[in-house]
Design a protein around this ligand. Structure first.
Ligand code: GRF
Length: 214
């Protein structure tokens, strides 16, 4: 069994998608929110998952909060920490502590549109293709090795909400997939700073770059 801790800040629909995927070999040991009012906490509790709150406002500094968060997480002995709409910039110390076992989902095709308001910025930029990325977390924000991406078209008449909804459908598909690969031990960080996925059935060398899906 691989122990997984999921960090959220809000509605937690990606967390929900991962829980609902019932990934063999994965045990969600806790869902932790930095906001007491995060909607996703209720879903977690209803599904028998320990739902914890660590309010960042109770800590004087980012460092102090991250240290307390790491302490809480480490007590759960996770193999993987999943950021699912966790709206906090993490300190380098925190990120380094979980190097190679910290995943994030970002609502754009990175490296395009790191940071906030990705759907609005995609519309303003006039791109025809937008999407979402699951990546390993490194100290630079929204910039780690890409595990899987899914692309969606930007359609005439789209607004932020319609585009976000189209992207979210893909988020709910690729995040459980990435977690499944991790749990199955099929993700390999390459020396070049990328990710390879050991594909099924094992081919000649067994490692392939995951496809971008439209
Ligand atoms: C998602 O769009 C995710 O990509 C971004 O924040 C949003 C979280 O949504 N990081 P939810 O809380 O998982 O519903």
């Amino acid at each position: 069994m691989r122990n997984i801790v999921i960090l959220i800040s809000g509605r937690g629909s990606n967390m929900e998608a991962i829980v609902r995927a019932q990934i063999p070999g994965a045990r969600i040991v806790a869902v932790i929110s930095n906001r007491p009012d995060a909607g996703g906490l209720e879903f977690a509790a209803r599904h028998g998952i320990a739902a914890r709150v660590l309010d960042h406002k109770a800590y004087p500094t980012r460092e102090a909060f991250d240290a307390a968060l790491a302490e809480l997480i480490d007590a759960l002995s996770p193999d993987l920490v999943v950021l699912a709409g966790f709206m906090r910039v993490l300190t380098d110390a925190f990120v380094s502590r979980y190097a190679g076992r910290l995943l994030n989902i970002h609502p754009s095709l990175l490296p395009s549109f790191p940071g906030l308001h990705t759907h609005r910025r995609a519309l303003e930029a006039g791109v025809r293709v937008h999407g979402t990325t699951v990546h390993f977390v490194t100290p630079t924000l929204d910039c780690g090795p890409v595990v899987i991406q899914a692309a969606v078209p930007v359609l005439e008449g789209d607004d932020e909400d319609s585009l976000a909804a189209r992207v979210l459908v893909q988020e709910h598909r690729i995040y459980p997939q990435a977690v499944r690969w991790f749990v199955e031990g099929r993700l390999q960080l390459t020396e070049a700073g990328g990710v390879r996925v050991k594909d099924e059935p094992a081919g000649s060398d067994g490692w392939t770059v995951p496809p971008v899906e439209a």
